[in-house]
Write a protein that binds this ligand. Structure first.
Ligand code: ZN
Length: 319
């Protein structure tokens, strides 16, 4: 397990709480504090956080022949590799220092990571964008990202908390801006960008089709919709954040992808699905009820977090 320097406060994003983790004198185990207050450390979250640094064997999620979607992340962070005959695509770089891990995982799968041509990013938070600068340098690939996240990626900061260097990431140049509905094509693979802002201003989800056993399955790589360390009120992390979250919940309400993937494996129950895959079920990740269930829960949690932050804000304003 990788350790964190003493004194650093690292912003981290999980399903239960995208919390601020304040490493203790002895960096392992770290002692998370929830974003909204100095509540008791959440032991569950501590465990989850440690999985971000746990190496696992890369594997094919779905696909056949030289086609498909591969997982090249850690136990707790989702990074994905999509090979094509014209070069390859990688989605997300993990934490700072994990770009090389993604590179090594691609080699383990039998592909040449120097053939990676396109880098995509779900959103500009250090646990998903932290490894991109390294990965870009290693591969020479082109980074495509949304305008909303460009400043954070290029500036290496957490938007709205620019002065907090401890939650920054290595700056990385965006080579091309993608907009909602844009299609990125490499060889026979096409990915469609869906802007789902809120979690970050430029949060970007991607969809693509994948073939298995003569059938086509629509796959969603979902950005995130957790409140994380985001301030929703007084002053918000960025202007319009609450409206953005609600817009994202509105547009995703009808989404029912055959395969739901995301940048935190616990979002889509990867461990259980991996077990099914390991015993020979090539369709282990096909689950069209997974995303609706997840996004419904996210919306409830968002409204609860907003209410909590509003109450706190109003109490402070009264004093
Ligand atoms: Zn995040």
């Amino acid at each position: 397990m990788r350790t964190i320097k003493n004194g650093l406060i690292v912003g981290i994003c999980g399903l239960a709480a995208c919390a601020m983790v304040e490493p203790a004198e002895n960096p392992a185990p770290v002692a998370p504090v929830t974003a909204s207050s100095a509540e008791a450390p959440d032991l569950e979250f501590q465990k989850l956080y440690q999985t971000w640094f746990e190496n696992i064997e890369p594997f094919r999620v779905i696909g056949e022949g030289q086609r498909g979607i591969y997982f090249v992340g850690t136990r707790g962070l989702g990074m994905f590799f999509i090979p094509t005959s014209q070069g390859h695509i990688v989605i997300d770089g993990g934490m700072p220092g994990q770009g090389k891990q993604v590179w090594d995982n691609i080699i383990k799968l039998g592909y040449d990571p120097a053939d990676v041509k396109i880098l995509l990013n779900s959103h500009a938070h250090l646990d998903h964008s932290g490894g991109l600068a390294e990965l870009k340098q290693l591969t020479g690939a082109t980074l495509l990202a949304s305008e909303g996240d460009r400043s954070a990626l290029e500036g290496g900061f957490y938007l709205g908390s620019e002065d907090d260097a401890s939650i920054g990431a290595p700056p990385v140049k965006v080579d091309k801006i993608i907009a909602d509905g844009d299609v990125v094509t490499l060889g026979p693979v096409s990915l469609t960008a869906h802007l789902t802002p809120g979690h970050t201003r430029g949060c970007t989800s991607w969809t693509m089709d994948v073939r298995q056993g003569g059938e086509t399955y629509q796959t969603l790589f979902f950005c995130s919709a957790s409140v994380a360390a985001n301030r929703l009120v007084g002053p918000p992390q960025y202007p319009g954040i609450v409206a953005d979250y609600r817009k994202t919940f509105a547009i995703t309400r009808d989404w029912k992808p055959d395969i739901f993937l995301s940048n935190h494996p616990e979002f889509f129950g990867m461990a259980e699905k991996q077990e099914k895959l390991a015993v020979g079920d090539p369709l282990a990740f096909v689950d069209d009820s997974g995303f609706p269930r997840f996004i419904g829960k996210m919306e409830l949690w968002f409204e609860a977090a907003l209410e909590k932050q509003m109450l706190k804000y109003n109490a402070i304003m009264k004093d």
